[in-house]
Design a protein around this ligand. Structure first.
Ligand SMILES: [Fe+2]
Ligand SMILES: [Fe+2]
Length: 411
């Protein structure tokens, strides 16, 4: 297997790093080994994330990509990370075919002969010089390897064998991303999703806290992936819209928005399951199937969904499970989150249940409308809609509507 090594701080890894690996692969390498430094000889005492955080971000950034791997030998060695040591270490463990490719940025090319054990590096590797983005040079992508970081050095003057990689110098750097995060400027799409999750969950680079949610962002991402794999594409878009409406309503009524997103995202997770599958899930979890559900099995996806989420994904949050369980017909004594997901599900743009004027009230909720009033309004609309279509309205829903109308009248 032909292997190339790309070292660096990856502080944090960004899409420019990943784009560079694709360019390296296109030279005929089978795999690129990403080797994060413990301490760079060029940036001693560099600020930012810890070696473990950088390693975790990098691993999280390359899911399912068999052309990339991460090697932590420099981090395990600790101390200053010298490329020559890493080359020995990698050659000993990976048995590459032919020489290892060593990818270095054009900003380092001129000084390579000064590196620790340079002669060995030169003999053992095929040196690949990649273009880096240099904010102070105007003609980055037109440089054709002629100009390096200082603008004073011509790569043609290099005295050692090398290959210039014709990669695009994407105008992104880790330093720029660190600065943006610390200043609360837009940054999140400059890094791969996995790295973003680590940054958000660990609050790296002085991340401005945007959420004090009880729900981790990795759980939200995981459940969004699970939902996408279990429902139809149209149902997924519906779920996402319900999630977004739940976020807005949670923000308006002072609830945890990320919990709202998660509950909305997963409320229909069992929608594509057969009646047999739904019944099995409910029965093996000790649930009961109501008369209404027997008559209308399409309702089973709600209670089955709550059981399934706990059984399969370990979700224990009672409010989220309740929101999933009761989102079709409602229930007496529903919690706030359950009411919000119920509303979001009914006003979602692809569904014809509520009148446009009512949808607008929900999306521009006046400050004097309580959650109960809004819920009562949507319940009323839902019952009207079902009657207009000659659909059966469950006794539970009618009782709930009656109770809500009496409650909001007396408030
Ligand atoms: Fe549903
Ligand atoms: Fe739904």
């Amino acid at each position: 297997m032909k292997l190339a090594i790309l070292g660096g701080s990856f502080n944090p890894p960004h899409i420019g790093h990943l784009a560079l690996t694709s360019a390296v692969i296109s030279l005929g390498y089978d795999r690129v080994i990403l080797a994060p430094v413990f301490e760079s000889p060029f940036k001693r005492g560099a600020a930012g994330a810890s070696p473990q955080d950088r390693l975790d971000m990098l691993v999280a950034s390359i899911p399912a990509d068999s052309q990339l791997t991460v090697d932590d030998c420099e981090i395990r060695r600790e101390g200053v990370s010298y490329t020559a040591d890493t080359l020995d270490d990698v050659a000993r463990r990976y048995y590459p075919d032919g020489k290892l490719g060593l990818v270095i940025g054009d900003d380092l090319a001129q000084d390579l002969p000064k590196w620790h054990r340079y002669e060995e590096i030169r003999q053992k590797t095929d040196i690949i010089i990649a273009r880096r983005f240099h904010p102070f040079l105007e003609e980055n992508n037109e440089s054709n390897g002629k100009i390096t970081s200082t603008g004073k050095f011509d790569l043609d003057k290099l005295q050692y064998p090398h290959r210039i990689l014709d990669n695009a110098a994407i105008p992104i750097s880790s330093a720029m991303i660190r600065e943006k995060i610390a200043k609360n400027e837009p940054w999140k799409y400059f890094v791969p999703r996995g790295a973003r999750v680590v940054i958000e969950e660990r609050g790296l680079y002085s991340l401005f806290p945007t959420s004090s949610s009880q729900v981790s962002s990795s759980l939200v991402y995981r459940m969004e992936d699970a939902t996408r794999s279990l429902v139809s594409p149209a149902r997924f878009l519906h779920s996402r819209n319900v999630a977004l409406l739940s976020v807005d309503l949670c923000a308006h009524f002072g609830l945890d928005s990320r919990r709202g997103y998660l509950a909305g995202m997963i409320h229909d997770i069992c929608k594509s399951f057969s009646t047999r599958e739904l019944t099995d899930i409910i029965e093996r979890n000790g649930g009961k199937i109501s008369k209404t559900e027997k008559k209308k099995p399409s309702l089973l996806h709600a209670p089955a969904g709550a059981f399934f989420l706990r059984e399969k994904f370990g979700i224990q949050d009672d409010d989220i499970l309740e929101a999933v369980r009761v989102h079709t017909v409602g229930a007496r004594r529903m919690g706030q989150l359950a009411k919000i997901v119920f509303i979001a599900d009914k006003i979602e743009v692809t569904r014809p249940i509520v009148r446009p004027a009512v949808r607008e009230i929900c999306q521009h909720t006046p400050p004097d409308i309580s959650l109960d009033e809004l819920f009562s309004l949507i319940l009323d609309e839902t019952v009207d809609f079902m009657r207009s279509k000659n659909m059966d309205v469950s006794q539970e829903t009618l009782k709930l509507l009656d109770a809500m109308q009496r409650k909001t009248a007396s408030d």
